[in-house]
Design a protein around this ligand. Structure first.
Ligand SMILES: NC(=O)c1ccc[n+]([C@@H]2O[C@H](COP(=O)([O-])OP(=O)(O)OC[C@H]3O[C@@H](n4cnc5c(N)ncnc54)[C@H](OP(=O)(O)O)[C@@H]3O)[C@@H](O)[C@H]2O)c1
Length: 249
């Protein structure tokens, strides 16, 4: 803890329980790791198993595109993990689609994973988040939904929806002391972008970014931790972009 002219910055999460969707890899994994490092209990969620041997970690295998999964979520949690303080809606999918070849099933799947799951997880976890003395929802949006950067229409639209939903939920849940904010990453080094295996695409991306590099997953996690912290207790309905200034072009 650093004390500086009366400002106290602690970012403590001991005793908190955090649910992170899409925790098997990429940004979600970095977020789950960061909360575990800070002493929280973490429930990770994805369609695949995740190998994690930490007594403070529990993994739920769950397909967020399935409408049947939401109602029983807390019943599937072991005791000690049931009282959730912080929900991080990170799971997402992105397909490169074009108007002439798009399929309705793919459109629905993108909307259901990227957008519908946030609304219905919020509904399911509302009671437990309201019981927490510091209930938080943090959604992972995208600069594709903020600045209309080149992307597939369905993906960008789902992320614009995440921004609208963030503000709507912030308004609706303020009465219960729950804050709702979003982090909006620009290009980030994960499987979704594939930059690790494609140096040509990486250099093209970097050329468009004023600060000259793409995000690391840890940089997204750090901002999520800030929004979940006591320091951010009076911030709600906000969208924080992390894009190295790409939207300024
Ligand atoms: N990487 C970027 O440049 C970037 C930029 C802006 C925003 N974002 C957003 O950041 C979030 C994380 O992206 P990422 O780059 O870390 O992607 P990623 O590496 O592809 O990871 C996506 C995560 O979501 C999970 N997931 C996918 N479909 C799911 C489903 N139906 N049910 C449950 N979990 C599901 C995946 O696990 P399973 O496959 O095991 O289910 C995985 O854990 C996404 O919302 C993405 O849109 C990423």
């Amino acid at each position: 803890m650093h004390c500086n002219d009366g400002i106290i910055v602690s970012m403590k999460f001991e005793g908190k329980t955090v649910m992170v969707t899409g925790a098997s890899r990429g940004i979600g994994r970095a977020i789950a790791d960061a909360f575990l490092d800070k002493g929280s209990r973490v429930i990770g969620l994805s369609t695949s198993e995740a190998n994690w041997s930490d007594k403070n970690y529990f993994h739920l295998v769950m397909d967020l595109s399935d409408p049947a999964v939401f109602s029983g979520v807390t019943d599937k949690l072991p005791s000690g993990f049931k009282n959730i303080d912080i929900l991080v809606n990170n799971a997402g999918i992105k397909r490169w689609t074009e108007l002439d070849t798009s399929k309705i099933d793919d459109w629905d799947n993108t909307m259901n994973v990227n957008l519908r799951s946030i609304y219905f997880l919020a509904q399911t976890l509302h009671a437990t988040l309201a019981k927490s003395e510091s209930g938080r929802i943090i959604n992972i949006a995208s600069q594709s939904g903020v600045a209309h950067v080149r992307s597939s229409i369905e993906y960008g639209l789902s992320k614009s929806g995440v921004i609208y939903l963030t503000k709507s939920l912030a308004r609706a849940l303020a009465k219960d002391g729950i804050t709702v904010n979003a982090v909006s990453p620009g290009r980030t080094m994960t499987d979704m972008t594939g930059y690790e295996n494609d140096p040509t695409e990486l250099s093209k991306a970097v050329a468009r970014i004023p600060l000259g590099r793409v995000n690391s997953t840890q940089e997204i996690a750090e901002t999520v931790l800030f929004l979940a912290s006591n320091e951010a207790r009076n911030i709600t309905g906000q969208i924080i972009s992390i894009d190295g200034g790409e939207a300024l072009f």
